[in-house]
Write a protein that binds this ligand. Structure first.
Ligand SMILES: *Cc1c(COP(=O)(O)O)cnc(C)c1O
Length: 359
């Protein structure tokens, strides 16, 4: 090994950043990452294993993603006039979008929000402009419009509903932003399965708006598949950035099969929605907890007479893992984010939280 510091070869944005932290969750009740706690049933698994028998893993995947495109279009009712590009998770789509932008482009998002928009912007040397939300995590529309006007960002990311707040902004506000923007506006609908509305049907009216979805929160986080729908001419450019084989044969096959049995997942997400409302109700009863209604499969709450770190640590001691977001942004002071798990996991979480708050 050379004793020279070879790390100096890298961008300072890389050297100065921390790798995205994923805690080891073995042995824990895992309520930190917005996963669907249920798995696919045995009947599906049998069909799946049978289909795998025919896979030619020695060949490159279908570069045209033919079956995948057909399945996704019909399952998610993608408007016929919209084009589609696929990513290895929507994280990769964010990366593809940012790589495609002209140099010195500006990236804007209301904050706090999904961290990858800023993280990937930094890595690619793009300027990220975060526009603070209001204290109640609603959009500060006058400020957004002012910042858009001043910076004319090439791209705006709007997580809708937002992570980590769980809030879905009024649709009219999204449209105001789209209309005020000369750049692209990406509506990130990662939590669509738990929300009540979509912008998918509206994109044909707004050529600069695109809708991004992922199968992760729906129940296939381990698979990695995201898609972006929008104006065909934009999609054609993004297709040049996408690596031809980014979606492996096993992913293509599995997603196409899941699409045929999508009701399995929709039943699970319906259960998760019900459980979310149960937990919301229980947390709202707690005097020293401030809680926000959620259009997602997680709940953001603030503890008012303990520190968030204390609560997070005490939960860890009880083998429960949630996400401490209190340090992620000043507006999130005292806040923690819990993912909805199974009924039993949720019960355990609420009971342990109550006992911690009493101590
Ligand atoms: C989880 C999440 C994603 C990333 O999803 P993957 O498809 O798993 O990469 C994107 N956007 C938001 C807002 C998310 O919360």
């Amino acid at each position: 090994m050379s004793d020279k510091n070879l790390a100096v070869l890298f961008k300072s944005a890389v050297i100065d950043s921390h790798a995205y932290h994923v805690p080891d969750a073995s042995g824990f009740i895992k309520l930190d990452a917005m996963e669907n706690p249920y798995s696919l049933n045995d009947e599906f698994k049998q069909l799946w294993f049978d289909a795998l028998n025919h896979v030619e893993i020695n060949r490159y995947p279908d570069a045209f993603l033919k079956e995948l495109v057909t399945s996704i279009r019909s399952t998610f009712n993608i408007p016929i006039e919209a084009g589609l590009v696929f990513g290895n998770g929507s994280d990769e789509l964010i990366q593809i979008l940012l790589i495609a932008l002209r140099s010195n482009a500006k990236v804007m998002s209301p904050v706090p929000t999904f961290v990858m928009y800023q993280y990937l912007s930094n890595m690619l040397g793009l300027r990220f402009i975060g526009v603070p939300l209001n204290e109640d995590f609603s959009l500060n529309i006058p400020l957004m419009l002012e910042e858009i006007n001043e910076h004319q960002p090439e791209i705006i990311f709007l997580a809708w509903p937002n992570n980590p707040t769980g809030i879905a902004y009024p649709k009219e506000e999204l449209i105001q932003i789209i209309q005020a923007s000369v750049g692209l506006v990406i509506i990130d609908e990662a939590y669509n399965a738990f929300a009540d509305d979509s912008m998918l049907d509206a994109i044909k009216d707004y050529p600069n708006a695109m809708v991004m979805r992922t199968l992760s929160k729906l129940g296939l986080a381990g698979l990695r598949l995201g898609f972006l729908a929008g104006d065909q001419s934009l999609i054609s450019e993004l297709e040049k950035v996408r690596m031809p084989y980014n979606i492996g044969t096993l992913n293509q096959l599995t997603v196409s099969l899941v699409c045929k049995h999508i009701d399995i997942l929709y039943k699970q997400t319906e259960l998760i929605r019900q459980q979310r409302n149960v937990m919301l109700n229980q947390l709202q009863q707690l005097e020293t907890v401030e809680v926000w209604t959620s259009n997602t499969n997680f709940i953001l709450f603030r503890v008012t007479d303990h520190s968030a770190n204390e609560i997070h640590e005490a939960l860890l001691e009880n083998k429960i893992l949630i996400k401490n977001v209190s340090m992620a942004h000043p507006l999130l002071k005292g806040c923690l984010r819990v993912t909805i798990g199974t009924e039993n996991e949720n019960k355990t979480f609420v009971n342990v939280l109550k006992s911690i708050l009493r101590s």
